[in-house]
Design a protein around this ligand. Structure first.
Ligand SMILES: C[S@@+](CC[C@H](N)C(=O)[O-])C[C@H]1O[C@@H](n2cnc3c(N)ncnc32)[C@H](O)[C@@H]1O
Length: 262
């Protein structure tokens, strides 16, 4: 039986950090700039995310609700560009702007995606100045983000959502595939168990205990500032997004977003 004694303290810490709204995570989210963490995430954790393919399918179905092909999109905190890659494949005339503040991640992105359809920008979207750097490649028909914005304090998340609203074309969609705060301890237990089981399936040579230890002590975990998906949907509605909903959720993983009115 897996013990989950740490979650209460972690959630308390997350709440505290979120309430303060200050960027206490600045140093900790820098872990993503490490080549070692990039390699571990891309070769281990990313592939183990439960129903990852379904999440991407939901994202594509939402983008299709615009009823026009995507021409220009932004993948924010793109990592190796897994979300943008799905858009490029679905829409052969689309071009994407891929933003990340980790050079090893952008390198992984460039190595996998067609250079003639991709602009990569090394930017920290935690700082409002990122908008000017990206504006020249917009406005966008679609903005997507995967498991990235939860490193920002809540106040910055809300400001960022406002920036994304302005960067969208009327009718454009913002879809966030995101790690969100569990509403109760059971959600958290189920999430950890599913991740550990899935990573263990990929790494049968490691003991389950070792996989669990690595998962709960992973470097990026302490950089998480999870917010409930209900709150985030409320923020999007207040900004002016229409059709806002959580369209899919499994445990702590949600696909939510909305459309800029036409
Ligand atoms: C968990 S990875 C997810 C990568 C990818 N979106 C995916 O779905 O697999 C989070 C990514 O967000 C990036 N990131 C985190 N904070 C960022 C920031 N403030 N500015 C730009 N990129 C950031 C990290 O470097 C990392 O590549």
């Amino acid at each position: 039986m897996i013990q989950h004694t740490g979650w209460r303290q972690m959630n308390k810490n997350n709440m505290h950090k979120a309430e303060l709204g200050v960027d206490m995570n600045r140093a900790r989210d820098e872990v993503w700039k490490s080549a070692k963490l990039t390699h571990r995430f891309l070769t281990g954790v990313r592939g183990a995310i439960p129903l990852a393919q379904t999440q991407i399918e939901v994202m594509l179905r939402l983008l299709a609700m615009r009823r026009k092909p995507v021409r220009r999109f932004l993948d924010l905190g793109c990592g190796d560009g897994v979300l943008g890659a799905a858009i490029l494949e679905r829409y052969p005339s689309a071009a994407g702007t891929f933003v990340d503040f980790s050079e090893p991640m952008l390198e992984a992105c460039r190595s996998k995606l067609p250079s003639n359809r991709v602009t990569t920008l090394l930017l920290d979207y935690g700082k409002p100045a990122w908008v000017e750097a990206v504006a020249g490649t917009g406005p966008f028909d679609a903005i997507v983000s995967g498991f990235s914005i939860h490193h920002q304090p809540d106040r910055r998340k809300r400001a960022l959502y406002r920036e994304l609203f302005r960067l969208l074309e009327p009718g454009g969609w913002f879809v966030n595939i995101e790690h969100v705060a569990p509403a109760n301890p059971i959600t958290s237990v189920l999430f950890d168990d599913a991740m550990i089981e899935s990573i263990h399936r990929q790494q049968p040579q490691s003991s389950r205990a070792a996989v669990r230890r690595r998962f709960v002590t992973r470097a990026d975990r302490s950089a998480n500032i999870l917010a409930p998906v209900e709150n985030q949907c409320r923020w999007l509605r207040a900004i002016g997004f229409a059709a806002v909903d959580c369209y899919f959720k499994i445990y702590e993983l949600a696909v939510f977003g909305g459309q800029k009115p036409k």
